[in-house]
Design a protein around this ligand. Structure first.
Ligand code: ADP
Length: 403
């Protein structure tokens, strides 16, 4: 199962996208629709509202009189809390029921108008935002949805800004053109990214990135920030820290277009406990694996300093199943030489232009040799690492580096 968060400012065109995903087989869970369902006549929700606010909130036919309820509930902070206390848990429960009933390989599309405002974006393996400029949205809201200009602008002003939406968007769907163009973009996204992502998660298969070196992409840090936020939500207290590591974290460095993230844990048992949570976040388990050990192992933690032994280099690896954003998630134990070196390496390259250019030259040389697999590419870089492991730690000692 893959859960997708779909949002956008009012009038952006979100309904078109969720309808398209629904036609293509997605199970659309629409917050607004559910909020109406849970207070229909005969529901527990409506009975509770009548208990709390009296029969005056009903129309003659027994359905909820929304303006009457709004007039009462929005007059007073306590009453608003009472209303939310009744409706929100019922909406949450219904949402969970719909999700639980879905098939294992289903794509759940959660249509959430206030996804950004409510801070829910990191709960989803993929966040899709529909966007249109404010004036265009206002025009459409007036023309098709009966808003006055004043109301439309007031609603927009209470919502998240474009910048806040961009910060959480894995996919940005621009709806400046015709509705047909938006449908076409949504269909393409579904077939090229969402469905393969869902199948990969279901089968426990990672996305296969192109094993080619590309020039530094200045959006990598933002993409990494979204992965870190998602991983924080998935791992919670079991992660001691989560860092963007590897070449994509070093400004100006060529790299394969794969974001590396390190999740620092207290033990590999904890890493194993995280397996389901990481899979749910779109990162499938790869292997019990180890980094290549160095004979002069170092750590700033006394317990691990100069502690050799193969198990010092063990880790767990999860990889993103999203074909649109290949990501490796390395779970390493706090204080062990491999966990420390991942952090040191990035700081050292960022701070030392000569190390930066040496490493860049090595990467380009190795890439030219045309290694078929990622493993042989990594192996070809290893002799350089054996030398430069010591060089990085010398810099760490000179500068009192701390992770
Ligand atoms: P949202 O669900 O994001 O609040 P809607 O999907 O309801 O916004 O879009 C607002 C209105 O604009 C709707 O009536 C919709 O039919 C219309 N609309 C959406 N996309 C376009 C478009 N590309 N061109 C013209 N009208 C559009």
């Amino acid at each position: 199962m893959l859960r997708i968060g779909l949002s956008g400012g009012i009038g952006a065109g979100k309904s078109t996208v969720s309808a398209t995903f629904g036609e293509l087989g997605g199970i659309v869970v629409d917050g607004d629709v559910i909020a109406r369902e849970v207070v229909e006549p005969g529901t527990e929700g409506l009975a509770k509202l009548v208990d709390a606010f009296g029969k005056d909130i009903l129309q003659d036919d027994g359905t909820l009189n929304r303006p009457a309820l709004a007039a009462i509930a929005f007059s007073d902070e306590e009453k608003r809390k009472t209303l939310n206390g009744i409706v929100h848990p019922l909406v949450g429960r219904r949402r969970e029921e719909l999700i639980a009933a879905a098939a294992a390989d289903a794509v759940i599309v959660e249509d959430i108008p206030l996804l950004v405002e409510s801070g829910m974006a990191p709960m989803f393996p993929l966040v899709v935002i529909v966007h249109a400029e404010e004036d265009l949205r206002v025009q459409r809201l007036i023309e098709y949805r009966g808003f006055s200009e004043e109301d439309a602008r007031a609603r927009i002003a209470t919502q998240a800004t474009e910048e806040q939406r961009r910060a959480v968007a894995d996919v940005w769907l621009d709806n400046a053109g015709s509705p047909e163009e938006l449908v076409e973009k949504a269909r393409e996204l579904w077939h090229e990214r969402i469905l393969p992502f869902a199948h990969n998660v279901h089968d426990g298969r990672p996305a296969r990135p192109e094993p080619v070196l590309v020039p530094y992409d200045s959006t990598w840090p933002d993409q990494a920030r979204r992965a870190v936020a998602r991983l924080n939500t998935a791992c919670r207290h079991r992660a001691k820290r989560i860092d963007h590591i590897g070449s994509t974290a070093v400004p100006g460095m060529d790299a394969k277009d794969v974001i590396d993230i390190q999740v620092t844990v207290g033990s590999l048992e904890v890493a194993d406990e995280l397996r389901d949570a990481l899979t749910g976040a779109g990162y499938v388990h790869r292997q019990h694996t180890a980094d290549v050990g160095k004979s002069d192992a170092r750590s700033t933690v006394a317990e691990f300093d100069r502690t050799n032994g193969e198990h010092m280099w063990h880790k767990r690896l999860h990889c993103s199943a999203d074909p649109g954003r290949p990501t490796n998630v390395h779970l390493r134990v706090e204080g062990r030489p491999n966990q420390q070196f991942a952090l040191l390496f990035v700081d050292w390259l960022r701070a030392n232009p000569s190390a930066h250019s040496d490493y860049l030259a090595l990467k380009r040389r190795v890439a030219q040799q045309g290694h078929e697999s990622t493993d042989s590419y990594a192996e070809a870089k290893e002799p350089w690492f054996l030398d430069n492991y010591r060089r990085a730690w010398e810099w760490a000692d000179e500068t009192d580096w701390a992770p």
